[in-house]
Design a protein. Structure first.
Length: 166
């Protein structure tokens, strides 16, 4: 979940999802943060046009992720390495998974560095780091924060994906 869910004033959308409340921070041009807040968090309707589009796309994704992929303008990642990982993950469709090693080979990096970039992902779900799995398990998610492994499993199951050790 969010490091500080009490900071709801920064969010432009708080949308109930089956596994949590999805919080979105954006301006009119791009999304720059997303987080998963506890289910008991009060909803917040879209506060701008991009947040309204995010709500529309998220609702469609929750109905059928394979027919309704998320496609919104995103801010750039903080580092060139994180941007390379992000661009690689953009090619992984709902229902598919890749390993940390797969991503590392593609961008000439290391699996550990890819994991670090995924952990630093400020826009989970929109940058689908949940689709990156370990060679022999579902792998980590959200830096090991409470409830995050269950969220990753829910997302992958919802998308119809399989992963090692399933």
């Amino acid at each position: 979940m969010s490091a500080n869910p009490a900071r709801e004033e920064k969010w432009q959308l708080l949308l109930a999802a089956p596994f949590a409340v999805v919080a979105i921070a954006c301006d009119e041009a791009a999304l720059f943060a997303a987080s998963y807040l506890p289910k008991k968090t009060r909803a917040l309707p879209p506060q701008n046009l991009l947040a309204a589009e995010a709500a529309k796309q998220l609702r469609a994704y929750f109905k059928n992720p394979r027919r309704n992929p998320l496609d919104l303008p995103l801010c750039r990642a903080q580092t060139p390495h994180q941007q390379k990982v992000r661009e690689t993950l953009a090619d992984v469709a709902p229902g598919e998974t890749v390993t940390y090693r797969d991503v590392a080979r593609k961008i000439r990096s290391s699996p550990r560095a890819v994991g670090g970039a995924c952990r630093a992902n400020a826009i989970p779900l929109f940058v689908p780091c949940h689709r990156v799995v370990a060679a022999n398990s579902i792998g980590g998610f959200g830096g090991g924060k409470q409830d995050m492994p269950q969220i990753k499993q829910w997302l992958l199951t919802h998308e119809g994906a399989t992963w090692p050790g399933m």
